[in-house]
Design a protein around this ligand. Sequence first.
Ligand SMILES: *Cc1c(COP(=O)(O)O)cnc(C)c1O
Length: 386
Amino acid sequence: MSRFNNTETALIHGGISIDERTGAVNIPIYQTSTYKQDGLGKMRGYEYSRTGNPTREALEALIAELEGGYAGFAFGSGMAALTAVLSLLHSGDRVLISSNVYGGTFRLLSKVFDHFSITYTISDTTDLASFESDIAEDVKAVIIESPANPLMTVTDIRAVAEVSHRHGLLVIVDNTFMTPYLQKPLELGADIVVHSATKYLGGHSDVVSGLAVVNSAELAEKIAFIQNSTGGVLGPFDSFLLIRGIKTLAVRMDRHVYNAEKAAQFLSEHDAVKNVYYPGLPGSQGYEVNLRQAKNGGAMISFELKDNYDINTFFENLQLVSLAESLGGVESLVCHPSSMTHASIPADIRKKVGITDGLIRLSVGIEQINDILGDIAQAIAKAERK
Ligand SMILES: *Cc1c(COP(=O)(O)O)cnc(C)c1O
């Protein structure tokens, strides 16, 4: 539970926000691997930085407080966080995954965990009856993204958590696209939240990192053991960068969302655009559900240009908006999911879940909105096949 009523304040003062020894208003970067012991078994709270480091600990306490969880854990990447969480499973277990999840999550299950006989089924978590019918004897967990990457489909987290718990499943939500400022999955019934903190939490495209937050002492003990045993921890300097990024999350997010709402409107009214996927657009899939569980639609948009537009020409003519992997930084980025973020998903599955070769994903940055829209408009104009 957070000591603060408002997330804006918790972002700045949550966790361990003052250095006890000196009163420094920023937690120092404890760039050390080990700690002097005063005698055998006489430690001052730390023994080795894989097991515990004060800078990482401040970040872990902060994310736990922000998500309203029992404990937080910081990892070297979002994938390392997911790897640790999936390590709770045993061979023979099966995981259900939302029909569009981050490509790397799919790859981790299909190409790594399958070595250990932990299998997966792609499930439409937006359809409760269909989801429940996928729960077989061996299913032990579900991974949800809402909005999901890259079609921004919304899953009713509370409803899926209820059904899942009736069947004894562990409910894992990847909250990367929303952040705890816009959505708090543990309050909606999830057991574990994971983040690629590389994205909005860091916010400046300068650090790769992952976080996990659990809702119970029992899960905390297990994840702490796995984190220390498998070792994918976040370093002290990167932990510092994340704490620094998180302080401004609310002001950045407000501007990201303001810009995204304008961009979604602009794209949906543009003659060259065939489809716009944005949960903040009235009439979009899951619009009402999203408003019940999140503050707004976030700042990720996907769209498709009509067939007489060449998307490669569109990408090549962007001046301000960069074609790049990743999202959630202050700068606007576009990506081509079918050849970039979701390339590790086989073409037939991509097609089935609607990730077409014409799909463009836009991470709306915090630049002046007219500059973003002007750049997109001129690149679209150049992309028209004459
Ligand atoms: C980027 C991303 C990940 C992977 O995180 P890394 O920090 O790149 O390892 C996982 N889930 C989502 C939704 C992402 O966008």
